[in-house]
Design a protein around this ligand. Structure first.
Ligand code: ADP
Ligand code: MG
Length: 483
């Protein structure tokens, strides 16, 4: 047993998601990624004295959407709070956030692990706040530049209970968060652009202990994979310190992706005192039960519910169901496809197989796939009717119909001369012709070399120019040989 097996890690995550509202959290400035620096900045964003914030109603709606989706308690009376600190990209000198009264408390997100098991991750709270601007250290060699476009952008912070135990669980949880916020249309979930950010709190303790160890907070991971790596590194680092007789210092660390390690940023002992107090410029926001019901009626079917329908009603395997619900767009396409075919399994196979490969080969995203679901259903029907073999449909009809969507699948198959010959009279001639080429092999087959069957079938298939139904052909060759 290695020393690492004696310990158990405890992990809690704090995620910030940037909301897809048109305007900022407390002003009418545009909340959009990628504009020219300092172009989405009014006097409110710039923190000029005498300006007043106004709450973005849409951001409240988004918080409620998420709260409903994770089964949280949604607070009726929402107070905002000032969190005071000085930062070059925070012109007001404080952030308007929520302190004692987060809009959501409790709830959970279910993460799916690689081994197929599920892990329920309980949530402590979700609160609303605004983002700071961006300090750019790598553009000018001598100065730090400040872009305030992001200042005031609406955020939700999602804080978990210390329920996670491994880097892999954290990865699975984040994957679920991203999927959920995308289904809910509240955040694009793009970690590279910073619209989903995550800090990890990590401690270790002896297995079976009830007392958590001192936690370290790790920041600056820019991908889910890096969150997992940072956690794995940190667990090992902490165990090494304890095994070496040391103690863990409560501190904030940063992840260095290049060297796959964490390094100390600042100690918790010198942590800021933010002097939170109720924001005097904003009235409390009231969220009524009626309002919650109204928002609830606009929610899409969520991935977990889709998963249940796909496996229970459509009898898809869990694997297939996961592949399809992975992205809201793919699930929507699948649902659309099922309006045109009742071959649920085949519809799923087309999405997971040929359609995905087609897009991957061309480095395209799913929204670039323009073929209507009805056309894919035509191909499925053509295969199911036995008119075209699956491989001819995948290799020939499918790419052709993408370029010529005004034609039917059957027209294309006919034009490409792919309609299968399952008329056994015609096929018999082909089989006879194929067999007549190999008189000696036939006697070998009859003397027990049954492995030759494939060769005879292959030859007959060649003569049919690939159009024969492989099953029928196989049967016919066998019968003919055994006559
Ligand atoms: P702080 O006051 O330092 O912000 P919180 O109690 O608010 O700490 O917790 C912040 C995050 O850290 C939460 O996600 C929580 O689950 C997690 N956490 C708390 N204690 C521990 C611990 N001992 N080990 C790992 N994570 C922890
Ligand atoms: Mg805290």
């Amino acid at each position: 047993m290695s020393i690492y097996d004696k310990y158990e890690a405890v992990i809690g995550l704090e995620c910030h998601i940037q909301l897809l509202t048109r305007t900022k959290m407390y002003s009418s400035d545009i909340a959009e990624y990628g504009g020219m620096p300092n172009t989405h900045v009014s006097v409110v964003t710039l923190g000029h004295p005498g300006t007043l914030p106004v709450v973005n109603e849409r951001a409240i709606e988004f918080a409620v959407r998420l709260g409903i989706a994770v089964n949280a308690n949604i607070r009726e009376e929402n107070q905002f709070a000032r969190k005071n600190y000085f930062y070059a990209d925070l012109p007001k000198g404080y952030q308007i956030t929520q302190d004692k009264t987060p809009i959501c408390t409790g709830g959970y997100i279910t993460a799916k692990l690689k081994d197929g098991s599920e892990k329920q991750v309980n949530l402590t709270r979700i609160h609303m706040e605004e983002d700071a601007g961006k300090s750019l250290h790598d553009i000018d060699p001598f100065e730090t530049l400040v872009d305030l476009n992001r200042a005031g952008t609406p955020l939700l912070e999602i804080v978990t209970e210390p329920d996670l135990r491994t880097g892999e669980e954290a990865y699975a949880y984040l994957t679920e968060v991203r999927k959920l916020v995308r289904y809910l249309d509240i955040c694009d979930g793009n970690m590279e652009e910073g619209s989903l950010r995550c800090d990890a709190n990590i401690s270790v303790m002896l297995k079976g202990s009830k007392v958590f160890g001192k936690k370290v907070e790790v920041k600056n991971m820019n991908s889910f994979r890096n969150v997992q790596r940072a956690i794995d590194f940190e667990i090992k680092r902490q165990i090494d310190i304890i095994e070496g007789g040391g103690t863990i210092a409560g501190e904030t660390r940063s992840y260095d992706a290049v060297n796959d390690k964490t390094f100390a940023l600042r100690s918790k002992e010198s942590a800021n005192d933010y002097r939170y107090f109720p924001e005097p410029d904003l009235q409390p926001v009231f969220v009524t039960q009626d309002y919650i019901a109204k928002v609830k009626s606009t929610l899409p079917t969520l991935p977990n519910d889709l998963f249940k329908t796909y496996t229970a009603t459509y009898k898809l395997s869990e694997y297939d169901a996961h592949q399809i619900i992975e992205s809201k767009e793919v699930a929507a396409y699948y649902n659309e496809l099922l309006k045109h075919t009742s071959n649920y399994k085949s519809a799923a196979n087309w999405l997971i197989g040929p359609i995905r490969s087609y897009l991957n080969d061309r480095a395209l995203a799913f929204h670039d796939f323009k073929l209507a679901p009805a056309k894919v259903a035509e191909i499925i029907a053509l295969i199911d009717s036995g008119k075209v073999s699956n491989s001819a449909a995948v290799q020939s009809v499918f790419p052709e119909i993408i370029d010529n969507p005004s034609k039917t699948a059957e027209q294309i198959a006919t034009e490409m001369d792919l309609i299968q010959n399952s008329n056994s009279g015609d096929l018999q001639n082909l089989v006879n012709e194929a067999l007549s080429k190999f008189p000696e092999k036939i006697s070998e087959y009859k003397n027990g070399k049954v492995g030759l069957l494939g060769m005879f079938v292959g030859e007959a298939m060649k003569l049919s120019k690939g159009k024969a139904d492989p099953k029928v052909l196989n049967q016919l060759v066998k019968e003919t040989l055994e006559k």
